[in-house]
Design a protein around this ligand. Structure first.
Ligand code: FE
Length: 215
């Protein structure tokens, strides 16, 4: 029996087994996106799949690579992949959806960069609301409500720590795409393209893991 173990790129330590092959993981993710994608993007005028695709399109339009495009596409997967026992913010989706999503993608074999970007997009909102009063004032009603559940605005110490994160600038970008990806009646792009991108990423990334043969 073959077993793939993923390795933490920065610490070079084994962290968890990958649970699915690249093809299985890709299929599972797109099944979820298609099956649950018609649901409302909590309190906003677009569906989950419209929001996901528009985020990815914005990342791509700015010339970012496939890892960043996939992070943008999947940044809210935690709202859709959560198990029934996951805690919710009443009427506002899954509590800590960014962690749920990051953990889920990690188990499927996505790169650490993608998982950290997904986990970080809520912190970017907390950071920006601390840094900029006008930004806070312009939050949509739904976003203002979720902010309270997400820990509210950062304080100065948290903001300083966040600024030193190696993905800080990209996390801010993720948040900007997240906010802009609410355009109504915009046709969906070809999902097959994203599916291929996802499969390519998982295959490439799986190649970086140690392959162990177990009895
Ligand atoms: Fe979002």
């Amino acid at each position: 029996m073959l077993m793939l173990l993923r390795r933490n790129a920065r610490q070079n330590t084994t962290v968890m087994p990958i649970q699915k092959s690249p093809a299985q993981a890709t299929q599972e993710i797109f099944d979820i996106l298609v099956r649950r994608g018609q649901e409302d993007y909590i309190g906003e005028p677009v569906s989950q799949i419209e929001h996901a695709c528009q985020s990815a399109q914005l990342a791509e339009a700015e010339g970012f690579d496939e890892e960043v495009i996939l992070a943008a596409l999947l940044h809210d997967i935690g709202h859709l992949c959560a198990l029934p026992n996951e805690e919710e913010m009443p009427g506002l989706g899954i509590l800590r959806h960014e962690q749920v999503g990051g953990n889920y993608l990690s188990k499927l074999g996505f790169s650490e960069k993608i998982c950290r970007l997904v986990e970080g997009h809520v912190q970017a909102k907390r950071y920006l609301t601390f840094k900029n009063q006008q930004y806070f004032d312009k939050l949509s009603e739904a976003s203002r409500q979720t902010l309270a559940w997400q820990g509210g605005r950062m304080d100065a110490e948290e903001a300083e720590a966040f600024e030193s994160n190696f993905l800080f600038e990209l996390m801010i970008k993720m948040r900007q795409w997240d906010e802009a990806a609410k355009e109504m009646h915009k046709p969906l792009p070809d999902l097959e393209r994203y599916k291929e991108m996802c499969l390519r990423h998982l295959r490439r990334h799986a190649g970086m893991f140690q392959l162990h043969a177990a009895a």
